[in-house]
Ligand binder design. Structure first.
Ligand SMILES: [Zn+2]
Length: 441
């Protein structure tokens, strides 16, 4: 669809959605009241940007109030009547009360269709077998993702990561899976474990696609290279659980600006704000900001100017694959951001920089902080593993190269603390990369 036609469609849907939100949800109605606006006052995107943001904290409060006053978690948030809610999803968040999202049958259909769009773009067709090795619990990637795969006619094996590494490897072999969906850190772990447990390299599993999800590592060129080489597979980064924001990378954009194509622009309006001040960030090529989502065709609990906490970098230059529209890469969580001498630093960007030096490093690392961020007393300390065959003599040169790389690409110089390969704990679920520890180690 041409861009101007798409913007028209978005505005059309937005105005319809806003009237629906105002009528259906006391929580969303209060947002209009705070801005002194009624839905019919919003004629364009500029008017819309005057409505206050929604934060996850507010969502949690409204959820708690709903339970207490109305006996269900979405009474104040959802627009659709209770009998139309057919699914409750939760975020994968590891801290605090889970945030719950209500979907109707219509919303489930939207999610299914967005999953189908992504996998079809990557080359998946009916007949392909996809191993679903993410968490299968309330995490929005669990059931919704499996359903989306079925919806497009491919075959899903919902093995899940909970059953353990051995089970994932066994099912890859038994089902002759063509593709795996997993977190990149679990992928790296499989590369190490597969030879130990099966006596053969991960390449022999016969997987032709590795779909990264659940954490930002799939956007790091270094991590992607390790996975591609290790599995002998095409590596795609993708995002989108049980909601309306979906994206998937392609395999033709230049490595440094690859990002994910935003494939659900007809269902979600994207804005960006500064992660700290929450003031608007212009959607220019290369811009970095916290994503703000508004769902455009949603019945259950629609997001409206919802600051989701994920910080993304945006590219607007045309992609060689021919797909129009913006591409984005998730660079970290707003609340993971560290500030070193005025420079914004995300743990994932550090991981990316380190992975750039694979195989002279293993890629495993920990960021050591004296106290919780975002302000860091310089230098930022990073504990990292040398590669398996690095010698004492190589290390001085390697360290000099790495510090120069950090200075050039991340605009700060860390203090590197080397440890033996394999000495940092490996995580099979979501990676923990930041650790609070007393200084001087
Ligand atoms: Zn592309």
């Amino acid at each position: 669809m041409p861009r101007d036609r798409l913007r028209e469609l978005q505005l059309d849907r937005l105005r319809r959605q806003l009237s629906y939100n105002h009528a259906g949800s006391p929580f969303l109605r209060a947002k209009f009241e705070a801005a002194g606006a009624r839905p019919e006052d919003i004629r364009g995107f500029e008017d819309f940007a005057r409505l206050p943001l929604t934060t996850k904290e507010e969502h949690r409060q409204a959820q708690a109030e709903s339970i207490e006053r109305h006996g269900n978690p979405y009474a104040l948030l959802a627009c659709a009547p209770r009998e139309k809610i057919v699914r409750i999803n939760a975020t994968s968040g590891t801290t605090g009360t889970p945030t719950l999202y209500a979907l109707t049958e219509h919303d489930v259909g939207v999610v299914n269709e967005m999953h189908a769009r992504k996998y079809w773009r990557a080359g998946i067709r009916p007949g392909h077998v996809m191993l679903q090795a993410l968490s299968l619990s309330m995490f929005t990637g669990g059931l919704p993702l499996s359903q989306g795969i079925q919806h497009m006619g491919a075959c899903v094996v919902p093995v899940g990561v909970e059953g353990g590494t051995g089970r994932v490897l066994e099912f890859a072999r038994l089902t002759r899976a063509d593709a795996i969906i997993a977190t990149p850190s679990f992928g790296l772990y499989l590369l190490e474990e597969c030879p130990k447990r099966t006596g053969r390299p991960a390449r022999d599993l016969g997987l032709r696609w590795f779909f990264c999800a659940g954490e930002p590592g799939g956007g790091d060129p270094g991590t992607r290279r390790i996975l591609a080489d290790g599995f002998g597979a095409k590596v795609f980064d993708h995002t989108g659980g049980g909601h309306a924001f979906h994206g998937i990378s392609c395999d033709t954009a230049p490595e440094e600006v690859r990002g994910m194509h935003f494939v659900s622009e007809d269902h979600c309006l994207l804005e960006m704000v500064d992660p700290q001040s929450k003031s608007p960030v212009a959607m220019r090529d290369g811009a970095v900001g916290e994503m703000v989502w508004t769902f455009l065709d949603w019945e259950g609990g629609p997001f409206m100017r919802y600051a989701v906490g994920d910080v993304a970098q945006l590219w607007t230059t045309p992609c060689p694959c021919g797909m129009p529209g913006p591409r984005f890469k998730i660079v970290g969580r707003a609340d993971d951001m560290l500030i070193v001498k005025g420079v914004n630093v995300f743990p994932r960007a550090i991981g990316d920089a380190i992975a750039h030096f694979f195989p002279r490093v293993t890629g495993a690392f920990r960021i050591l902080l004296d106290r919780p961020g975002p302000l860091v007393k310089p230098p930022l300390r990073i504990r990292l593993e040398a590669g398996a065959d690095a010698s004492e003599g190589d290390m001085t040169g390697l360290e000099r190269e790495m510090l120069e790389y950090f200075r050039l690409h991340l605009r700060f110089t860390p203090k590197l603390l080397w440890v033996e390969p394999g000495s940092l704990p490996r995580e099979t679920m979501k990676s923990r990369t930041v650790q609070i520890e007393d200084g001087g180690s």
